[in-house]
Design a protein around this ligand. Structure first.
Ligand code: GDP
Length: 189
């Protein structure tokens, strides 16, 4: 008999403005690579990956759905949200507009998704604003880390800054959200 390959299957959705890097995060998570010029018409829609939560001794199969171009419709069909346990709400740290718009994406999630859904706010593209030795950023950043963290705290979201390009914090974002979901499952929420 084959051994257990995973203990849980968790559905994740990835939302946020166009061009914040949703497809790139999904490609990075599932393929360990980064596409410089992803073709928006061939947007990755779905990816699956096994991750391990060692302290729980659990293997989780993540099933991730990207909005793949549906941003332009603003509201996404209910079926997209159905059964989702986790959500990555993505903005681009070099685009204040994408951070402002994250509010309406969150409203959309809250309207359609399960109220217990775990949502992690992801400030993507931090590779574009690496700080130099004096601690000054190169000026491309439009949303300070503290501001992202503050809004996440106000809304009860998890928070991380990441880069689909370098891979920084990509798996960690999914892991952090998955831990929270496992915790809710254990508490029977
Ligand atoms: P989506 O529309 O939200 O799915 O965004 P894409 O994944 O298509 O990315 C939009 C553009 O941003 C592409 O040119 C990507 O190569 C670029 N991009 C995505 N993530 C990053 C990142 O972490 N850093 C940098 N520098 N560029 C990124």
């Amino acid at each position: 008999m084959a051994g257990i390959t995973w203990h849980y299957v968790l559905k994740f959705i990835i939302t946020g403005d166009a061009a914040v890097g949703k497809s790139s995060l999904l490609v990075r998570l599932t393929d360990q690579r980064f596409l410089v010029n992803p073709d928006p018409t061939l947007g990755v829609e779905f990816g699956s990956k096994l991750i391990e939560i060692p302290e729980e001794g659990k293997v989780i199969k993540l099933q991730c759905w990207d909005t793949a171009g549906t941003e332009s419709f603003r509201s996404i069909t209910r079926s997209y949200y159905r059964g989702a346990a986790g959500c990555l709400l993505v903005y681009d740290v070099t685009s204040r507009a994408s951070f402002v718009n994250a509010r309406s994406w969150l409203a959309d999630v809250r309207e359609h998704a399960d109220p217990h859904l775990t949502c992690i706010l992801v400030g993507n593209k931090v590779d574009l604003c690496e700080e130099n030795a004096e601690g000054a950023s190169n000026g491309r950043r439009e949303v300070p880390t503290e501001e992202g963290q503050r809004w996440a705290d106000e809304e009860g979201l998890l928070f991380v800054e990441a880069s689909a390009k370098s891979g920084q914090n990509v798996e960690a974002a999914f892991e952090q959200a998955s831990r929270d979901i496992l915790d809710k499952i254990k508490r029977g929420v």
